[in-house]
Write a protein that binds this ligand. Sequence first.
Ligand SMILES: *[C@@H]1O[C@H](CO)[C@@H](O)[C@H](O)[C@H]1NC(C)=O
Ligand SMILES: *[C@@H]1O[C@H](CO)[C@@H](O)[C@H](O)[C@H]1NC(C)=O
Ligand SMILES: *[C@@H]1O[C@H](CO)[C@@H](O)[C@H](O)[C@H]1NC(C)=O
Ligand SMILES: *[C@@H]1O[C@H](CO)[C@@H](O)[C@H](O)[C@H]1NC(C)=O
Ligand SMILES: *[C@@H]1O[C@H](CO)[C@@H](O)[C@H](O)[C@H]1NC(C)=O
Ligand SMILES: *[C@@H]1O[C@H](CO)[C@@H](O)[C@H](O)[C@H]1NC(C)=O
Ligand SMILES: *[C@@H]1O[C@H](CO)[C@@H](O)[C@H](O)[C@H]1NC(C)=O
Ligand SMILES: *[C@@H]1O[C@H](CO)[C@@H](O)[C@H](O)[C@H]1NC(C)=O
Length: 399
Amino acid sequence: MSSTYRNMEAPTEPYQWQEKYISAGASRRKWAIWGSVIGLIALIAIGVGVGVAVSHKHGGTASNRSSSGSNSNNNSVVPQTNPNDPSTFVKDSRLKQSFYGMAYTPSGSQLPNCNNSLSDVIEDIQLISQLTTRIRLYGADCNQSAVVLEAIKQTKVNLSVFLGNYPIPTDNGVAYKRQRDLIVDAINTYGTDHIAGITVGNEWMLNYLNANGATDPNGPVGNQGAQLLIANIQDTISTLNSMNLPKHIPVGTADAGAYFNTQVLQAVEYGMSNVHPWFANVSIDQAAGWTNEFFQQQNAQPAAALSNHPTMYIAETGWPTESSDAGNANNGPSTASIGNLQTFLDTFVCQANQNGTGYFYFEFFDEVWKDQQFGGVEGWWGLFTSNKTLKGITIPTCS
Ligand SMILES: *[C@@H]1O[C@H](CO)[C@@H](O)[C@H](O)[C@H]1NC(C)=O
Ligand SMILES: *[C@@H]1O[C@H](CO)[C@@H](O)[C@H](O)[C@H]1NC(C)=O
Ligand SMILES: *[C@@H]1O[C@H](CO)[C@@H](O)[C@H](O)[C@H]1NC(C)=O
Ligand SMILES: *[C@@H]1O[C@H](CO)[C@@H](O)[C@H](O)[C@H]1NC(C)=O
Ligand SMILES: *[C@@H]1O[C@H](CO)[C@@H](O)[C@H](O)[C@H]1NC(C)=O
Ligand SMILES: *[C@@H]1O[C@H](CO)[C@@H](O)[C@H](O)[C@H]1NC(C)=O
Ligand SMILES: *[C@@H]1O[C@H](CO)[C@@H](O)[C@H](O)[C@H]1NC(C)=O
Ligand SMILES: *[C@@H]1O[C@H](CO)[C@@H](O)[C@H](O)[C@H]1NC(C)=O
């Protein structure tokens, strides 16, 4: 479950876009997704030991190629001048280090399969490091923190990582502790040099509210869920403190844009917010501006008003290039297409850099398992296809 179910329905503040946002269609979609997610969580909770394969549906080409042992020759995605030294990869002139950050989940990082591979991740890191100097992970299962840090070590790239811990509200802290311990191991092995933060929670508040039939992140139910998450956040902070690390590692949380709880924000050093014009039915020509406005009004300004001034980032924003079914290929006024992805890149990336907005572009490559699990546009947000072919886009060059 390292995926993300961005959702900004039922925002708490009356902004203009909200009018068109609350609609039967959006709600149907929301509940369709949440039905699956809750089902998935339930399956994970009860199914880990019985081999219920809820998330191993990584399709064909990427894993096929990666399992054949990449980097040993120039038939692989990323050529190396020395096949035994991943730091000698040959740069791709189409890639520019224009993105503030990139959202990334290594393929094969979901329980119960856990079959990510270091050679596959090395290749990802070789490509991603040509696009940005920062990545964020969503969870720590399947040893992904260590695998990513090992890949950074071997490629010698300038990449810092916001590690992730993706706890589940209903499992008595099992997922939280499991991932905390994996993160501690990874820090002990790789040190802190490439770690930019630890994000505890991915759409925890959204999950909790949906599971309990509530919508207001700052209402009584929201505050109840917040206390559970805050306990995990505080545990991570005290765990880090007890390690006497050479460098301070900030602890934050990530949630859907309209679902931040104030008490949670008061307990973290940073918040990461999913802001998706696509799911808000915003047309492509307004998408970048809308994203900026939403983030400033709903996230950056409220956070700045708190006494601890948590740093706010956009955790995810992007645009899908296709849908697995015709019904989802259009979202209100917009279309999933490579042309529209290009427009979003051209209107958002350099402008956000200039604004000083920290964002994690969603996402590096298409995720086959999401397509198989959820259909629609869910698996089609990558700059690269799942087999790591750059889509027909031009990466913007920012001055
Ligand atoms: C997987 O690899 C095998 C052997 O390298 C190749 O014959 C086959 O076409 C590949 N399958 C896919 C789906 O790429
Ligand atoms: C992980 O396992 C699945 C299911 O067995 C397989 O299809 C996929 O190729 C594997 N992925 C990787 C990265 O090895
Ligand atoms: C791979 O390609 C690079 C640059 O194109 C070249 O310098 C290198 O020798 C090649 N490596 C192998 C193993 O063929
Ligand atoms: C590495 O990236 C950071 C930004 O994340 C930048 O400040 C720094 O100058 C870069 N270091 C090198 C050696 O390029
Ligand atoms: C975790 O990944 C690192 C780096 O690939 C590896 O050295 C270590 O053995 C892995 N640990 C487990 C339990 O798989
Ligand atoms: C900030 O960036 C967005 C694109 O993300 C752009 O639409 C907006 O005009 C910019 N705002 C300012 C004040 O520069
Ligand atoms: C938003 O897009 C969805 C999916 O196409 C559609 O069902 C819904 O009616 C749209 N809502 C509005 C208000 O346009
Ligand atoms: C990778 O995927 C693209 C688009 O899905 C496809 O056109 C291409 O043939 C694939 N490449 C390989 C090597 O499988």
